[in-house]
Design a protein around this ligand. Structure first.
Ligand code: DX5
Ligand code: ZN
Length: 220
């Protein structure tokens, strides 16, 4: 597996053919499958729930990277774990007990990720970093695919890269929103090692997916 890892967001896939779309990105070289879960409350959009994650699970052996944009989070963790999530990422902005949520995710046997909105400082991670497996930097305001990359987040990625290196632990640094062949190398230079890409993966139809993913990895 070579860095950066590419995690296509199935938010940009054809929802009427999701199983087929997941198989297509799997063979096209996706490293992870990024699943955006939205509740119409924490973010202004509604997407999918655990039943869809469960239905997709038999279609690939790749890691299911489940991004919860929901509030509250804790009551739904067990359902996503049972549905086949490998990594569960949540927003500390969505509730008062982020550390408890990390503990709950680990107790379910999943890796725990913390996602920061564009306006949320890296400092939010100070007392979480030693316990988590992934940091997800939002480079757009969460809620929709196809938005423009917010450049100020590059400084945050740099700061979090330093924090991660200081821990000496194996923590993934993932970026989500507005990733294309222009912004991907900027994120990698800033220290990211996983790139979420919805629009840039799924554009052009299934015959383009492999080329799209290779281009984002910087080998296309
Ligand atoms: C936004 C989601 C992203 C989004 C990325 O709330 O978390 O995963 O779908 O979409 P693109 O790559 O189209 O910006
Ligand atoms: Zn996402």
């Amino acid at each position: 597996m070579s860095f950066p890892l590419i995690a296509p967001s199935i938010l940009s896939a054809d929802f009427a053919r999701l199983g087929e779309e997941v198989r297509a990105i799997d063979v096209a070289g996706a490293d992870w499958v990024h699943v955006d879960v939205m509740d119409g409350h924490f973010v202004p959009n509604i997407t999918i729930g655990p039943a869809v994650v469960k239905a997709l699970r038999p279609h690939t052996k790749k890691i299911f990277d489940v991004h919860l944009m929901i509030s509250p989070v804790d009551p739904f963790l067990a359902d996503f774990a049972a549905a086949g999530a490998d990594i569960i990422t949540f927003h500390p902005e969505a509730g008062p007990h982020a550390h408890r949520t990390v503990q709950a995710i680990h107790a379910l046997g999943c890796k725990a990720g913390v996602s920061l909105n564009p306006a949320t400082p890296a400092k939010m991670l100070d007392y979480l970093i030693d316990d988590i497996d992934l940091v997800l930097v939002m480079s757009v305001n969460p809620g929709f695919g196809g938005q423009k990359f917010i450049t100020s987040q590059l400084r945050k990625i740099e700061a979090i890269r330093k924090m991660i290196d200081k821990t000496g632990r194996d923590i993934r640094l993932e970026v989500d929103g507005g990733i294309d062949t222009t912004t991907a190398p900027l994120c990698v230079s800033a220290g990211a090692d996983v790139l979420v890409a919805g629009t840039a993966t799924f554009r052009g139809g299934a015959e383009q997916y492999a080329a799209n993913i290779a281009a984002l990895k910087g080998v296309g």
